[in-house]
Design a protein around this ligand. Structure first.
Ligand code: SF4
Length: 383
């Protein structure tokens, strides 16, 4: 694997965009968080809007200060792309950093839909593993546009309930319509997974068999499961609609920070029903993204994911050259199937970790002046 060519590609792209964009656009992109945010192990989140009108009771974005109305994200497609070329932690190109659209808003709200499409149109051709999560229902015209620009996109359609949805998702599209939309995506050849996240105790586990069975009939064959995370605000909002989580709270006192509830039993139960019906079950959304891209990944405790024969080759000399090309001083200490250990004497340890993790898709341990951070513990955020 030619690691340095990824850095060269990003530089060429940045130069090209600098020639195409106005000074004002360049300045806007430089100031934007996409130009510096550190990617999570599950990928770099891409924001298509600010705020969300669906107002789901379990949603964390309102506690983060986002409003119940939505406006498109302020960067144009090209500006977003330019911001990513400036981000020192992001690898662009086939097999590069996983990109995940839809973490702090619904991407396909009427207000933000065109922006989301604009981003898919610039990001799809890069070849990075690209994923989008949504509760929306789109027309066939939009499906065609998505397929045209991002044929390998991993599309997650969220359905967490059938009966009591208006209690917890008052303004989102009807879940049965969402399932039918997932079926149309399947028919269009798009890689779609059912997204059962967050699992709401007493609601999702009660409806899971029916949701899975309808999805299966419509041709969906994979599912991503995820635990509910609560703040004090989410806990109270759910309590107000008679969802009592008091027996499932973690030991610590609830505040503004999101913490997962204790629901491993529910996740295991739904996972077992899904497997029994022949679904592929992903513990983490990025597993679906890796598989849709035809790649393999061994970067965290949830792995290995995807096609392990597609894991990139690791060559110690090449990694040493890559570190040198970054202007840093260090070398490979150990190579194993699922892990690489680097001794870094000078340089940005977080950058080396992110770039090599994304390029080699293994756990990366940095020794030297920087302490190793366990990817597994970060990934458990998405349990
Ligand atoms: S091993 Fe799987 S779950 Fe872990 S980071 Fe890779 S794709 Fe994600």
């Amino acid at each position: 694997m030619d690691l340095i060519k990824y850095l060269e590609f990003k530089e060429r792209l940045r130069n090209r965009l600098e020639n195409e964009l106005s000074e004002e656009s360049i300045e806007r992109a430089r100031r934007d968080p996409h130009a510096r945010r550190y990617p999570r192990p599950c990928g770099m989140t891409i924001h298509t809007g600010v705020g969300c009108t669906y107002s789901c009771t379990y949603c964390y974005i309102y506690d983060m200060g986002f409003p119940h109305r939505a406006v498109p994200y302020p960067l144009s497609g090209k500006e977003l792309l330019y911001a990513l070329t400036l981000n020192p932690y992001v690898v662009l190109g086939p097999g590069g950093t996983m990109l995940a659209i839809g973490s702090v808003t619904e991407p396909f709200l009427p207000e933000t839909r065109e922006r989301a499409l604009e981003y898919i149109e610039v990001l799809g051709p890069l070849g990075n593993p690209l994923q989008i999560s949504s509760k929306s229902v789109l027309s066939d015209d939009y499906i065609i546009r998505i397929r045209e620009h991002a044929p390998r996109i991993s599309f997650l359609e969220t359905v967490v309930c059938l009966r009591d949805c208006r209690k917890i998702e008052p303004l989102a599209p009807d879940p049965v319509d969402r399932l039918r939309f997932a079926g149309r995506l399947v028919k269009a050849g798009i890689n779609v997974s059912l997204f059962i996240r967050p699992i709401i105790p007493g609601i999702t586990d009660r409806d899971a068999r029916e949701i899975l069975s309808m999805a299966r009939e419509l041709g969906v064959r994979s599912v991503v499961l995820g635990t509910l995370r609560v703040t004090a605000g989410i806990y109270e909002r759910l309590r107000a609609v008679s969802i009592d989580l008091s027996l499932r709270l973690p030991g610590s006192k609830l505040g503004k920070e999101q913490v997962p509830i204790r629901a491993r039993d529910l996740k295991d139960k739904i996972s077992s029903i899904a497997r029994g019906m022949g679904f592929r079950v992903y513990e983490s959304a990025c597993g679906a993204n890796i598989e849709a891209s035809g790649l393999g990944c061994y970067a965290c405790k949830w792995g290995p994911c995807g096609d392990m024969s597609k894991l990139p080759n690791m060559d110690a000399n090449e990694v040493n050259e890559f570190i040198k090309h970054l202007g840093y001083s260090g070398h490979v200490e150990q190579l194993r199937d699922n892990r690489i250990v680097i001794r870094l004497d000078r340089g940005d340890a977080r950058r080396v970790e992110a770039l090599l993790r994304e390029l080699l898709r293994r756990e990366v341990i940095i020794r030297g002046f920087a302490r190793h951070r366990c990817l597994g513990s970060i990934c458990s955020d998405f349990d």
